[in-house]
Design a protein around this ligand. Structure first.
Ligand code: FAD
Length: 480
């Protein structure tokens, strides 16, 4: 079996097929595995993530993949979420002992950054989501912003609550987000199950998570080929025939999973597939949105929390990489000294849907972020910025705009022995690591069925709990 692409979609399908006893040959164009969710070494020797990646408790397939890859111990889950407003004032959100969907209510009521009128409006909308089991009526084709207006949300609620959570979760502005995706985030992460919101953050650079994948594939006699791009996929009479590598070798196989980004698949696959009316006919219309990551190395400790979500700023998240990598133990600076050789702190800032930054220079972005840090991390005023890196991913993820689902093809497009994977294929999920792994498992399930060895790989969602469970069952019974 051939797998093209060593991102999470390709890796998850390859490892699942290897675990099922198949000999898998994986071809990845770049020198490392992980695709967009990877890390690499800068010329000065520091290893940086392409961008900070976080998972949530509700990402059950990604958790299964990390387990298969032997990486689950390298992802640490946090129960408390930290927020800072324009004045730097902190608020936290965490689950209480109350049952779902009320488990977050006590910390939500205490949340200092929202007025009573904002909280009242938010509670009404969250209740509507919970009572409908995550599927409120008449949201087809509606943007999240339109749905929030329909639910009479205040400007404060939209800016300081809905936008804060959703723009970073979905990498898109509320006006360009399908309401179904926005509502799903709140249902799965905050309402359906008490553990859904827990934030999982790798304690190692991202590329270190995938070493076990190589072992799983090689252990079954398969191979992982790096710097091995595929330049053409050949079909013959409606079934898969072969691929042509960048060095012009033709490789045949009984079966192929193509797990490359959508715009690249259109370059590799026969043009007939992307003709109007063809199985990839609408893929060209899937749009993308940008994410900007900013890496700062300070000469001293400037941040005490492991991560911080910012309200009222362009910067959305700050990750304390020194602490997340275990560089700061209870002994504080002593430990960071041992990791970096001096008392430094490495922070990573993330700005999703960063349309306004795409045309800005590196220095402009650094200056903007440094100004914002003064509001929330005053210790940065006297700290020396020893080094800074800006990584702009202009086409970071597909945009979850209204109607995008109709353009996303299934993993099985009706070409015999040829399957698709990738976060952009039909998974029901937005462009996330969980979506990529779901696509990989679905493609592998289709491949196993084609070999006459059907097997279920897709993991169930977290179970509904408490009142959410009762409401979800009632809502399902009412649906036609
Ligand atoms: C900046 C940024 C931040 C993000 N943050 C998060 C986050 O916090 N949480 C989250 O869940 N998700 C996040 N995502 C989304 C997540 O990274 C993606 O959804 C996921 O990694 C996509 O995996 P994939 O395998 O579908 O695609 P990719 O990761 O793009 O993998 C495709 C692979 O195919 C290879 N390839 C391409 N062409 C060829 C060819 N011709 N031959 C061989 N190989 C080829 C590529 O090199 C690549 O390795 C983020 C994405 C970005 C860009």
């Amino acid at each position: 079996m051939l797998v093209i692409g060593g991102g999470l979609a390709g890796l998850s399908s390859a490892v699942a097929l290897a675990d099922a006893g198949f000999h898998v040959r994986l071809f990845e164009k770049r020198p490392h595995l992980g695709g967009r969710a990877t890390s690499y070494t800068l010329p000065d020797g520091s290893e940086v993530d392409n961008c900070q990646h976080v998972t949530l408790g509700c990402c059950t397939n990604l958790a299964d993949f990390y387990r298969r890859a032997g990486a689950n111990a390298k992802v640490r889950f946090y129960d408390r979420l930290y927020f800072a407003d324009r004045a730097g004032k902190r608020s936290t959100i965490e689950a209480s002992a109350l049952p779902s969907p009320l488990h977050m209510a006590p910390s939500f009521l205490r949340f200092g950054a929202l007025k009573f009128s904002d909280k009242h409006a938010i509670a009404g909308a969250l209740l509507a989501i919970a009572r409908s089991g995550g599927s409120p009526p008449e949201i087809a084709g509606v943007s999240m912003l339109d749905w929030l207006r329909r639910m009479k949300q205040t400007d404060g609620a939209i800016e300081r609550f809905w936008r804060v959570v959703l723009v970073s979760a979905l990498d898109e502005e509320l006006a360009r987000t399908d309401a179904h995706y926005g509502i799903d985030v709140f249902w799965k992460a905050f309402l359906a199950n008490r553990a859904g919101y827990r934030v999982g953050i790798p304690s190692v650079p991202l590329a270190n998570l995938y070493a076990g994948c190589r072992e799983a594939i090689a252990g079954r006699g398969g191979e992982v080929n790096l710097r091995a791009g595929i330049r053409e996929i050949r079909l013959c009479e409606g079934h898969f025939k072969s691929v042509v590598t960048d060095d012009a070798s033709e490789i045949t196989a009984d079966l192929c999973i193509a797990a490359v980004p959508h715009e690249l698949l259109l370059e590799l696959a026969p043009w007939q597939l992307s003709e109007p009316g063809g199985p990839l006919g609408q893929v060209r219309q899937i749009r993308t949105s940008p994410i900007t990551g900013v890496h700062f190395w300070f000469d001293r400790t400037v941040m005490a929390e492991p991560f911080l979500t910012l309200l009222d700023h362009t910067t959305q998240w700050i990750f304390n990489k020194t602490m997340l990598y275990g560089g700061e133990s209870k002994r504080g600076d002593d430990a960071s000294q041992s990791v970096y050789g001096q008392r430094t702190q490495y922070l990573q800032l993330v700005i999703s849907a960063s349309y306004d930054l795409v045309s800005r220079s590196r220095q402009e972005i650094i200056d903007l972020c440094r100004r914002e840090l003064l509001d929330v991390l005053p210790a940065t005023r006297d700290a020396k910025l020893e080094k800074a890196t800006v990584i702009k991913e202009v086409h970071a993820t597909f945009s979850p705009e209204p109607g995008v689902d109709a353009r996303r093809p299934a993993q099985d497009i009706g070409v015999k022995n040829f399957f698709l994977a990738g976060d952009w294929t039909q998974t029901g999920w937005p462009a996330t690591m969980e979506g990529a792994v779901r696509s990989g498992y679905l493609a592998a399930e289709a491949a196993l069925a084609a070999c006459g060895r059907p097997q279920k790989l897709l993991q169930p969602d977290l179970p509904f709990e408490g009142l959410s469970k009762r409401w979800a069952h009632r809502a399902a019974a009412r649906r036609p």
